[in-house]
Each structure stands twice: as structure tokens, then as C-alpha cells.
Design a binder for this molecule. Structure first.
Ligand code: GRF
Length: 220
């Protein structure tokens, strides 16, 4: 049996990405073990998802800490205490201070519901619609000290349609998030990701599987 990479998943809300990671592990498509699910919010539904699968959970409320650094150090201490090797941010609505980023340098992943570097920050599906882009998507990246800026691991692209609502586009993107996040973690678990500067190189990349997308489609 392959080694199970010990990971910690940080959430603040619904935890559908967490669920996709749990499901991939249970389906034996992801050689990882979730050592801890940590939330900064006690009412995050992702905590229930974790408990339903017997996963250890912790709530650490940022409001009881006097500084961002003190909070981050407490989180890092919990993660190190559980033997976590890779930190997976899955809807964790907090910016990380250098205390956190340096403790887990190039060992923190985040998922963002846009094709970075376009549309960092919040409300990005609305920004994509307002901008009139033809494609949107999601990005898994390593976390550095800038928000939504770190080296890109994997992206998925979805079409944007003229009658899209923010909700419809968000749902189309979220479905792809659930497929690429477990994939990115598995690539890490297999030791196939190498960060050089701001680029991530993937061992054994299959270029044949790549596609060109055109939207609206070209007419024959
Ligand atoms: C996702 O849209 C993710 O891209 C963003 O936060 C949201 C988390 O959703 N970082 P969920 O809690 O995984 O359902």
C-alpha cells in the first residue's frame, strides 16, 4: 500500500471541497490521510462532514487571539502536533501571516474559484461575469505571502454563457474544484511537484491530454 500523506484541511464554511478530498481518499484515488480538520468558525458545516467520517476536528476562533501572528502560530502548533506535512486550505477565509507561510513553506495549497492571476480576492464569479470573459475556472496553487499569488499547480477551465448568473457560474466552477483539488494533492503525495521560482513543474506530465478551447465555438 502507498504511503498515506498526512494532511490538515482548514475550512471556514460548507466544506464541499473537504468532502471531495474525503471521498477521493475513501475511493483510494488519493494516498492521503486527514489528520485534522480545523475551522476558525464553530458553525462551519465542514466540521460535521469531517465528524461523519471519524476525522479529528478542532475549532480555533481567531477572535480570541490578540494578533494574526499569535493565531497563526497556534494553528501551526496544532498542525505540527498532528504530524501534518501538507496544509490544504479549503474555503479558509483568512489571510496567512509569514509565521504560517514560513513554517510550511511550499507545503500549503489553496483553491481559488478563478483563473489566477485574473480575479484574485473575493466575489470573483461576479467580477468574471461583469468583465465579460468567455472562460472562467479554478486554480490550485501553493500559498506564498501574497494573497492568491503563489505558484500555480493545476487549473480547470469552464465556459461562461451569456445568460449565466453568478450562482450558475459558481456551481459550474465548484464542480471542477472537486475534481482538481484531490488531483493536486495526489500529485504532491506522489512527489511529482517541484517548485522553481514561481513555477511548478509536474513530473510525467501528459501533454497529449491537453486541449485547446474556443468560446463561442468556431463554426465548421
Ligand atoms: C470555494 O469556492 C473555494 O474555491 C474558495 O472557497 C470556497 C469553499 O467552498 N476558496 P467549500 O467550503 O469547499 O464548499
Amino acid at each position: 500500500m502507498a504511503r498515506q500523506l498526512p494532511i490538515g484541511v482548514l475550512i471556514s464554511g460548507s466544506g464541499t471541497n473537504l468532502q471531495s478530498i474525503i471521498d477521493a481518499i475513501e475511493a483510494k484515488k488519493l494516498d492521503a490521510r486527514i489528520e485534522i480538520v480545523l475551522s476558525n468558525k464553530a458553525d462551519a458545516y465542514g466540521l460535521v462532514r469531517a465528524q461523519n467520517h471519524g476525522i479529528h476536528t478542532e475549532v480555533l476562533d481567531h477572535k480570541v487571539f490578540t494578533s494574526r501572528e499569535a493565531y497563526d502560530q497556534a494553528v501551526v502548533d496544532l498542525l505540527l502536533g498532528r504530524g501534518v506535512e501538507l496544509v490544504v486550505l479549503a474555503g479558509f477565509m483568512r489571510l496567512l501571516s509569514p509565521v504560517f507561510v514560513q513554517a510550511y513553506s511550499n507545503r500549503i495549497m489553496n483553491i481559488h474559484p478563478a483563473l489566477l492571476p485574473a480575479f484574485p480576492g473575493l466575489h470573483v464569479q461576479k467580477k468574471a461575469l461583469d468583465h465579460g470573459v468567455r472562460f472562467a475556472g479554478c486554480t490550485v496553487h501553493f500559498v506564498n505571502e501574497e494573497c492568491d499569488e503563489g505558484p500555480i499547480i493545476i487549473q480547470a477551465v469552464v465556459p461562461v454563457f451569456p445568460d449565466d448568473t453568478e450562482e450558475a457560474l459558481a456551481a459550474r466552477i465548484l464542480k471542477q474544484e472537486h475534481s482538481i483539488y484531490p488531483r493536486a494533492i495526489q500529485l504532491y503525495a506522489e512527489g511529482r511537484l517541484h517548485v522553481v521560482g514561481r513555477k511548478v513543474f509536474v513530473d510525467g506530465l501528459n501533454k497529449e491530454g491537453s486541449q485547446v478551447l474556443v468560446q463561442p465555438p468556431l463554426e465548421e
